[in-house]
Design a protein around this ligand. Structure first.
Ligand SMILES: [Zn+2]
Length: 229
């Protein structure tokens, strides 16, 4: 039986503009604290590779660039929540992104006796988002992401930056990482942020940090928030 001491007091949502470093931070936090990361994008990609009607629907949405239907997302989230480790803090990465998804997640967590999540918003400016994302390269074989400036450091600035230093695959710019596409995504996300902020702030479950500094500084800020909860 679970004692009061081990009961998780808070779960968390990492919300951030594209380029704010959500996924990297989620991984770092999970390496340091008893955290289970729930990255919806990764879970959907994994589900898309399975046979069956859900996989087919997700594949279709991804191929046409549409959002995956809310009902499919709900089914996937509900399945994931049925199988989480109850002693761990849940950290949602990239979900929820709308009020509907927020209501759904709250109701599903409440039904399972899980703590309602606190949203942590990683704030960066539009200029920073563009700088970070236009310098991002992704390996088309292993999927790892790199910053151009880190690659230059690693290679002493005298090589081409088109080869993945880990697996030798091709490094490419993601199609949605062009400055115009980034600007558009930033504006969409900024609107979402305002709507969600209003909801979570009213519920007393909102904190935000300026994520402009170094990775280490931001990591320490996040550790403080989660450990202090
Ligand atoms: Zn690679």
């Amino acid at each position: 039986m679970q004692t009061k001491k081990t009961k998780v007091r808070h779960n968390f949502i990492l919300f951030g503009m594209p380029g704010a470093g959500k996924t990297t931070h989620a991984g770092l936090l999970a390496a340091n604290l008893p955290i289970q990361v729930i990255g919806l994008g990764r879970i959907l990609r994994e589900r898309a590779s399975r046979p069956g009607i859900t996989g087919l629907r997700i594949r279709r949405a991804m191929r046409t660039g549409d959002f995956v239907d809310d009902r499919i997302v709900e089914k996937v989230v509900s399945d994931v929540l049925d199988r989480v480790d109850p002693t761990k803090i849940l950290l949602f990465d990239g979900y929820p992104r709308s009020l509907n998804q927020t209501y759904f997640l709250d109701s599903q967590l409440a039904r399972r006796g899980q703590a309602l999540p606190m949203m942590i918003s990683l704030n960066i400016t539009k200029r920073e988002a563009i700088a970070r994302l236009s310098g991002r390269r992704q390996c088309d074989a292993c999927g790892r992401q790199f910053q151009l400036k880190d690659l230059k450091k690693k290679l002493n600035g005298n090589r081409t930056y088109s080869i993945c230093p880990v697996c030798g695959g091709n490094l490419v710019t993601r199609l949605d990482d062009t400055p115009e596409a980034i600007k558009h995504r930033f504006e969409v996300m900024d609107l979402q942020r305002k709507i969600l902020k209003h909801y979570y702030q009213k519920a007393g479950r909102f904190v935000e940090i300026t994520a402009s500094g170094s990775m280490k500084t931001n990591h320490n800020k996040l550790m403080k928030i989660i450990k202090g909860s």
